[in-house]
Design a protein around this ligand. Structure first.
Ligand code: TRP
Ligand code: SF4
Length: 400
């Protein structure tokens, strides 16, 4: 009943690398062509763990945005903004905190996991416990129905769905809902009203799915309904109250197949990354000195691509012919590792060159990016304010 909308966020915690590109950004670039998309910098989320060193956040924000643009995220298609510039996220977070059971937060698996992983930090804070709820506010405030995330974030989306359901259950039923809904039915006009009632009965008595879909289509076509009445009729149809917040769905992003230079997951903390827009010389050197199958001590020793991180790079960057050449040459010791790495180096440099090219105008003129973000924040804010109006009203906070 609400328009389709994609939303995702990223914490500004340092420079982005090829793992982010192949794991996340390429997917965003694809999605922006298929749906209206909102992508934002989750600076408040970064503060939950970096509250004692906020400089990193400030330093990373603009570089990260340039990396997004370099990767092909297109501000003409997607809305780009910064979380803290849309303070409505904080208001929704606060209001949701009133009805969010403490136990739900304590049970989110990332809570204990992250505390253990970042044991050197004191994360027994109010803000860190509320991390998933702030994320829920980020999503629900745009009534986003699709949230592209990695596997680790699935519990947060599930949590968000539960919060939305609880909210709609508690506040979706406005006083006099039934009467208002019946009044709204009349506004459909006699013929449509009769059909709506019939379909509603068929759905509620027999669970007839086709009937509910037909009724939804009928509501979509009805032009003279106010937004409020439309919502009431959707709610009335399925026996619930008014649906104020939309339950989102996770769009599971396939784990990046991009390994680090040592074959482990690419991650800044392992020091095995190639950053986005890194200079040619440094990229070349990193790949040249990259680990290979340890069995190939001498040039004449045959190897096994399955035991070599360079092969994983070929999987991402090379065509079938080149891959065949690697398989053959490696297993027969027909090619050396330096030779094998050459096509990878060329492909990565080409990709990096394209990214640098896309980033250039923003580096030359910083106001360009400032304007894109100002514009995106404004657009996001309008959407957020619309939801907040409904939320305040539902919670009985729109006095006078
Ligand atoms: N928690 C997410 C992460 O660490 C970042 C994030 C914050 C987010 N708010 C969001 C992602 C809303 C999707 C939707 O990756
Ligand atoms: Fe790895 Fe290529 Fe060397 Fe084989 S030839 S070990 S795939 S770098």
């Amino acid at each position: 009943m609400y328009a389709e909308r994609v939303l995702s966020g990223m914490r500004p915690t340092g420079r982005l690398h090829l793992g982010h590109y192949h794991g996340v950004l390429k997917n965003w670039v694809k999605l922006q062509e298929e749906y209206p998309c909102l992508f934002f910098v989750a600076d408040w989320h970064a503060l939950t763990t970096a509250y004692d060193s906020p400089q990193v956040i400030e330093e990373s924000i603009w570089d990260m945005l340039i990396d997004w643009l370099a990767a092909g995220v297109d501000p003409a298609q997607a809305t780009l903004f910064i979380q803290s510039r849309v303070p409505e996220h904080a208001e929704l977070h606060l209001l949701l905190s009133m009805m969010c059971p403490l136990g739900w937060l304590e049970r989110v698996p990332t809570y204990k996991d992250q505390q253990e992983k970042l044991a050197e930090k004191d994360l027994s804070t109010y803000g860190f416990l509320g991390y998933p709820l702030l994320q829920s506010a980020d999503i629900l405030i745009y009534r986003a129905d699709k949230v592209p995330v990695g596997e680790d974030q699935i519990p947060h989306i599930e949590f968000t769905r539960e919060i939305a359901r609880r909210f709609n259950h508690l506040y979706g039923r406005e006083p006099g809902f039934e009467d208002k809904a019946r009044e709204a039915v009349k506004k459909l006009g006699a013929k449509r009203a009769r059909l709506y009632e019939e379909l509603r009965t068929r759905f509620q008595q027999d669970g007839d799915q086709a009937a509910v879909e037909q009724a939804r289509a009928l509501l979509e076509e009805a032009q003279n309904l106010s937004l409020g009445d439309r919502e009431r009729l959707y709610g009335y149809l399925e026996g619930g109250g008014k649906m104020i917040l939309v339950e989102p769905e996770a769009l599971l992003t396939e784990a990046s197949r991009m390994p680090g230079l040592d074959g482990q997951k690419m991650s800044k903390s392992y020091g095995n990354t190639i950053f986005l827009r890194e200079d040619d010389e440094s990229v070349t050197k990193k790949i040249r000195t990259m680990q290979t199958d340890p069995a190939r001590v001498r040039r004449t020793d045959p190897g096994d691509p399955d035991k070599c991180p360079v092969w994983q790079f070929h999987v991402i960057y090379s065509d079938d012919g080149t891959r065949e050449w690697v398989q053959q040459g490696c297993r027969s010791a027909g090619i050396g590792c330096i030779e094998c790495k050459q096509p990878v180096i060329e492909a990565v440099l080409k990709e990096q060159g394209e990214m640098r090219e896309r980033a250039r105008p923003y580096l030359e003129d910083p106001t360009l990016l400032r304007n894109i973000i100002a514009d995106g924040c404004e657009r996001a804010r309008k959407l957020a304010q619309e939801t907040m109006r409904d939320v305040r009203e539902a919670m009985g906070l729109s006095y006078g």
